[in-house]
Design a protein around this ligand. Structure first.
Ligand SMILES: [Fe+2]
Length: 367
């Protein structure tokens, strides 16, 4: 990739094609104290209100900078590297982290250990990269007094409050408004598929665990749905085309949202899974189509519930797990409350928290 000049035009050469860069695109990017706030890098001018008929009067390349005089009297130096990065359209911090597929054979996953200044450390950066690779990460020895989970969430970004509160307590209780608050086993699911938007990341923190059962289970929705795509294209297609309604009803609120069980992005690639079969309602469709839908959902459910696809582990006090709620399904085995206490705390954060922190640490450690 190269920036070249021809008369008073700036050209971008990507090796196979050469295109002219619009003068206004360059004018919008002028730098210097007069034009950008030093601290925030926000513009001190409003390009949307400017005359767009901008012409370059003179341009030179010197020591990695484009030096441009525009016809509105503005002269500026633009860093060529920065322009080239914008042309590559790559989000180098997040999208360049490749997802790693896993199933029950996953072993040697690195656990992180909480320490002082954890949130500003290189360790935290590594943790976030690992989170984007696997869709979850486990941190040991996280203080478990005074709802520390909320501190933890707010030290990465901002806690995402819901109608369950800033954080929620997971232990069996009388008259539960969700099956999470019973001692029943919970099959793999994603949380809160009925919210708009769905909370992105769930944090779960073990405060006490004295029971023998109640193992935590995780399944990689990315691996499972990519495998389904290879093995049964019809099932994959219908599950990524039909939007179903997810619904949650409580005395003060009715939450509803529509989505495919496998949601794809604009390039038809994996974006998000939602799975919570006690809460989903498929619309009425032709009988044949519904027939395929139900068979496909059953197939997906069997894959999510298969031992081959899940990892299972015991949650020890002070363990905290961060899960990508758009990718990883979680559940637990049943337990006997007579054996002792089992008490977890949970809360949510959104991707702006994890992404913002990761970009910040990348900048801080010049990675
Ligand atoms: Fe859950």
């Amino acid at each position: 990739m190269k920036i070249e000049l021809s008369k008073n035009k700036v050209l971008f050469n990507n090796g196979s094609t050469i295109q002219e860069i619009h003068p206004f695109w360059l004018r919008e990017r002028v730098e210097g104290e007069e034009f950008l706030d030093k601290r925030t890098q926000q513009r001190l001018f409003d390009p949307s209100s400017m005359n767009t008929e901008i012409i370059i009067k003179e341009v030179n390349i010197r020591e990695g900078f484009l030096e441009i005089n525009f016809n509105d009297g503005v002269n500026s130096k633009l860093k060529i590297d920065k322009i080239a990065t914008e042309f590559s359209k790559k989000d180098t911090a997040i999208k360049s982290i490749k997802k790693i597929k896993w199933d029950s054979t996953l072993s040697n996953i690195k656990n992180y250990t909480f320490s002082e200044n954890f949130f500003e450390s290189k360790e935290m950066y590594d943790l976030l990269v690992s989170f984007y690779e696997y869709g979850f990460v486990i941190i040991k020895n996280v203080p478990n007094e005074n709802n520390f989970i909320v501190n933890f969430a707010n030290s990465i970004g901002s806690v995402r409050r819901t109608n369950f509160g800033e954080h929620f307590n997971v232990r069996s209780k009388p008259n539960p408004n969700d099956l999470a608050y019973t001692t029943l086993s919970l099959s793999p699911h994603t949380d809160n598929p009925y919210r708009n938007p769905v909370p992105c990341v769930q944090l779960l923190h073990c405060i006490e665990n004295e029971v023998k059962g109640g193992f935590s289970t995780l399944v990689d929705g990315y691996t499972v749905t990519e495998n389904l795509k290879k093995e049964d294209q019809d099932a994959y297609n219908i599950l990524s085309e039909v939007k179903v309604k997810f619904k949650f009803i409580d005395k003060d609120v009715i939450l509803e949202d529509w989505s495919e069980l496998i949601q794809l992005d604009e390039n038809k690639e994996f974006k998000q899974v939602r799975f919570s079969p006690r809460l989903d309602y498929v619309p009425i469709l032709e009988k044949n189509k519904l027939d395929l839908y139900y068979k496909s959902r059953k197939k997906l459910s069997d894959l999510y519930n298969s031992k081959k696809n899940r990892i299972e582990f015991r949650f020890e006090p002070k363990d905290l797990i961060m899960m990508d709620n758009y990718r990883v399904l979680h559940g637990r085995t049943k337990y006997d409350p007579n054996e002792g206490k089992r008490f977890l705390q949970g809360c949510y954060i959104d991707f702006d928290s994890t992404e913002g922190k990761l970009r910040h640490l990348k900048r801080k450690f010049k990675l």
